[in-house]
Design a protein around this ligand. Structure first.
Ligand SMILES: *[C@@H]1O[C@H](CO)[C@@H](O)[C@H](O)[C@H]1NC(C)=O
Ligand SMILES: *[C@@H]1O[C@H](CO)[C@@H](O)[C@H](O)[C@H]1NC(C)=O
Ligand SMILES: *[C@@H]1O[C@H](CO)[C@@H](O)[C@H](O)[C@H]1NC(C)=O
Length: 344
């Protein structure tokens, strides 16, 4: 399954714990995120591809997943890479740490900052969920965290947030104009009466609400106080129960919240990335790109986020881009509507 959720909310910056505030919009006023779902990495070259045409079986392995990731990084040159869980397929991974290292290797080698959340298969090898997350945070260039430092008790591993600053030298250089949230949606239900996958727990929701409220206050305060909250993107693996009707466990959702609690949800199927993962034979593996673009201020500098656009790329000869759409724009923020796009 795959789920990332891009949540466009209302919050912004000035967070309590100042971790490496490394993320920032580029001089071209853009911030581009490459989202990689379900790598399902196992033992590399000896792990065969699943769900490919019989003619594609020979010579197809986890290394094809690596090759796809390398191609995407060079083609899109993202500012940030997010891995949304099932990074490894634990049952087939002999050594979890090794598989994780191999799975993230292209991101590490690219020197692009990256982050990851857990899926429901990451803990099936030699490391527990906590162990997997603790290993991930030691890897180079990652901004992942095991859990927020300001909270003592929270369910799961890999709950954290990151702020994306405005352009250096602009009036928004010290504000988080785009907020990123990462949540652990668990693996499987432990409640006998509720079979199936896990879900985001109240402790996580509480942290999320507190954090987003703090960011919102900061964004709407001086200097450069804004009238509406900044957009946010939320990444996690297993869909929220309220998304259930959209089919699936394997989508990328984009969720927008206005100042009111009424929110507008946009779901976008992210697509399977890994070759040792479920797919459809004859159907290209795919990945999602999200680009946020800033508006120009009256004085000609870069301001707040104007729009967020997304598209998918297929792992075919030309890395064909498909399904391009605008998922958020400034004028629509705060509007009370609910929308579903491409929900499945
Ligand atoms: C999507 O989720 C369903 C369970 O809801 C699962 O059976 C299926 O294998 C998943 N597909 C992918 C591509 O992850
Ligand atoms: C996997 O990679 C090999 C080596 O580059 C390539 O020949 C093969 O076509 C790839 N398979 C698929 C299904 O993309
Ligand atoms: C941002 O913070 C730095 C360091 O505190 C300060 O020098 C700079 O003037 C601030 N920029 C804006 C636009 O407020």
């Amino acid at each position: 399954m795959t789920t990332v959720v891009v949540l466009s909310l209302c919050f912004v910056s000035v967070s309590a714990a100042k971790h490496d505030q490394k993320l920032r919009f580029g001089e071209n006023g853009q911030f581009k995120i490459l989202q990689v779902a379900d790598m399902h990495y196992a033992d590399g070259e000896i792990t065969p591809c699943e769900d490919v045409l019989p003619s594609q079986v020979p010579g197809c392995s986890d290394l094809n997943t690596t090759a796809f990731l390398n191609r995407m990084i060079s083609a899109e040159k993202p500012h940030f890479i997010v891995f949304t869980g099932d990074n490894i397929f634990g049952f087939d991974a002999t050594d979890a740490a090794k598989s994780l290292n191999a799975a993230f290797a292209p991101a590490i080698a690219s020197n692009i900052p990256w982050a990851a959340v857990l899926g429901n298969h990451d803990q099936e090898s030699t490391l527990s969920r906590k162990g997997v997350m603790k290993h991930i945070v030691t890897l180079k260039n990652t901004l992942s965290r095991v859990n927020p430092s300001e909270v003592h008790i929270i369910d799961g591993f890999g709950n954290y947030n990151l702020e994306v600053g405005g352009v250096k030298g602009s009036g928004f250089e010290n504000k988080s104009v785009l907020n990123l949230y990462f949540l652990d949606s668990g693996d499987y239900s432990t409640v006998p009466s509720i079979p199936g996958y896990g879900w985001i727990k109240p402790s996580q929701q509480f942290w999320f609400e507190q954090t987003s409220a703090r960011l919102r206050r900061a964004y709407m305060s001086k200097p450069a106080a804004q009238k509406a909250p900044a957009p946010g993107l939320v990444y996690f693996h297993i869909p929220l129960p309220e998304f259930a009707s959209f089919d699936s466990s394997n989508f990328t959702g984009v969720r927008q919240e206005g100042i009111s609690s009424a929110f507008c949800i946009k779901l976008c199927y992210a697509g399977g990335f890994g070759y040792h993962a479920y797919g459809k034979a004859g159907w290209a593996r795919r990945t999602r790109v999200v680009v946020a673009t800033l508006e120009k201020t009256e004085k000609g500098g870069w301001g707040a986020v104007k729009s967020i656009k997304t598209w998918k790329r297929l792992d075919d000869e030309h890395l064909t881009a498909v399904d391009s759409e605008v998922i958020w724009s400034k004028s629509s923020s705060g509007s009370r509507r609910k929308k579903q796009i491409n929900g499945a």
